[in-house]
Design a protein around this ligand. Structure first.
Ligand SMILES: O=C(O)/C=C/C(=O)CC(=O)CC(=O)O
Ligand SMILES: [Ca+2]
Ligand SMILES: [Mg+2]
Length: 461
């Protein structure tokens, strides 16, 4: 039986009582940023619940972790605190518990309709790292950027490859993104292009929010790494492929990635995702002992990306993938990150890397889906290579299974039918800026090819 709440939750809701993802919000009517939990179409204000003394378990009773403008303090407290909070919140929201159900004034203060709040970044992100853990994405990028001979470099099967990202430009879904300018890869003998990126892309990713960190100099054991993972959210690592292809040798991604990374607002906890855990892919060669985990787990999370071009009413699905396709697990990523003694801190962000599946319909970015623009996609009849002005990019994640008939069904676990969706993320809209001026030093041939417009990218909620 699904758990039942006194809050009216539509059967299709992203946020049943089994999910309870955490975020940070500001009420539209005013007030400071505070932590909340999503339930149906409502946000439960945890600062109000804490102020009412309803977190009465031994760990949270006297804690001010929910009276903070971010979740850093709470996520840093670790799994016993997370479990206690989940138990308290699940009980408070259940249909047979009168404490909140029958307290009209507290209900009014603490249960706010989602459309009456503004979501903010859930944690202060000290550091952001992006991994490269889908073998399919790695192979496709290798082929496109470096050619078909040995597209996957030998180190990839021995360690989770990553680069250090830029935390300052990580933004919440709905934030404007400006199309980056930079140097693009030259064509033939011509000088490098300079101007607004002509190959703007999304990258379908999920990301870990780090819970308790580790001390500088002390690494995290891979078998204990799950206790350092608070939860997951959706992430769009916006990427400018023309800038990336020119600048990345030999130090890796830089300005082609650092102009913006979008996060979904709700962190779904590993506790909520546990029913959807699945076996991780077999690793060959066998990993070194520090990456060799007793239980090697992925999560079966269906992911979808849609693009809604400007002026069109409907969005078009451009890919369907699944988190289970990643080769290196979340726990291996975290353990590897700390093996040299590097300290992670509560609230840090670890992107999985682009989540491409094996089939062309499951590739996680336009670079792969259009094979670097050579095979345009059809968006409701119009051909599309990369992101254009007015495009809206929408990510969704959902835990569910496909039946043999191809119909999507909710996963049945222990007789329970429930579905956990991760909420939408990364709604992007590209608009033409008013100026229409060609930036100086723009390489003429490339510029003419694409029309003399200055471009900008915006995200809409
Ligand atoms: O193959 C390359 O040179 C780089 C590929 C990427 O785009 C790096 C990245 O962001 C990792 C990822 O998303 O998987
Ligand atoms: Ca990436
Ligand atoms: Mg990016």
């Amino acid at each position: 039986m699904a758990l039942k709440s006194f809050v009216d939750i539509h059967s299709d809701s992203h946020f049943p009582l089994e999910n309870l993802p955490y975020g940070v919000f500001k009420p539209n009517h005013g007030g400071e940023a505070r932590p909340g939990v999503a339930i149906g179409n409502y946000v439960l204000d945890l600062s109000e619940i804490a102020s009412a003394g309803l977190f009465n378990g031994p760990i949270l009773m006297n804690s001010d972790c929910f009276l903070q403008p971010s979740l850093n303090k709470f996520v840093g407290m670790g799994r016993p605190a997370w479990k206690e909070a989940r138990k308290t919140i699940q009980k408070l929201l259940s249909s047979d518990e009168p404490t909140l159900r029958d307290n009209a004034s507290l209900r009014e203060k603490s249960l706010l309709p989602m459309d009456k709040v503004q979501m903010l970044l859930p944690t202060v992100i000290g550091d952001y790292t992006d991994f490269f853990t889908s073998m399919h994405h790695t192979k496709n990028c290798g082929t496109i950027f470096r050619g078909p001979v040995n597209p996957i470099l030998p180190n990839w099967f021995h360690l989770p490859v990553a680069y250090h990202g830029r935390a300052s430009s990580v933004v919440i879904s709905g934030t404007d993104i400006i199309r980056p300018r930079g140097q693009g890869h030259p064509i033939g003998d011509s000088p490098p292009y300079f101007g607004p990126s002509l190959k703007l892309d999304f990258e379908l990713e999920m990301a870990t929010i780090v819970g308790p960190g580790n001390e500088l100099g002390k690494s995290v054991d891979v078998n204990e790494a799950a206790d350092h993972i608070f939860g997951l959210l959706l992430m769009n690592d916006w990427s400018a492929r023309d800038i990336q292809a020119w600048e990345y040798v030999p130090l890796g991604p830089f300005l082609g990635k650092s102009f913006g990374t979008t996060l979904s607002p709700w962190i779904v906890t590993l506790d909520a995702l546990e029913p959807f855990a699945c076996e991780a892919p077999k690793q060959d060669p066998h990993p070194l002992p520090y990456l060799d985990e007793k239980i090697s787990k992925n999560y079966d999370i269906s992911l979808e990306v849609r693009i809604k071009p400007a002026g069109q009413e409907n969005s078009t699905v451009v890919t369907r993938s699944n988190l289970k396709h990643i080769y290196w697990t979340l726990t291996q990523q975290l353990a590897h990150h700390t093996i040299n003694g590097c300290n992670l801190r509560p609230g840090d962000l670890l992107g999985t890397g682009t989540i491409s599946g094996p089939d062309p319909e499951s590739f996680g970015c336009l670079l792969e889906l259009t094979w670097n623009g050579q095979k345009p996609l059809s968006l409701n009849g119009s051909p599309r290579k990369f992101l254009e002005d007015g495009d809206e990019v929408i990510f969704t994640g959902c835990c569910k299974v496909s039946s043999p008939t191809g119909k999507l069904e909710m996963l049945k676990i222990d007789g329970t039918n429930h579905v956990i969706r991760l909420g939408c993320s990364a709604l992007g809209m590209v608009t033409t800026s008013g100026s229409g001026h060609a930036p100086e030093r723009l390489s003429q041939h490339r510029f003419e090819e694409h029309g003399a417009i200055s471009l900008s990218l915006q995200l809409l909620s």
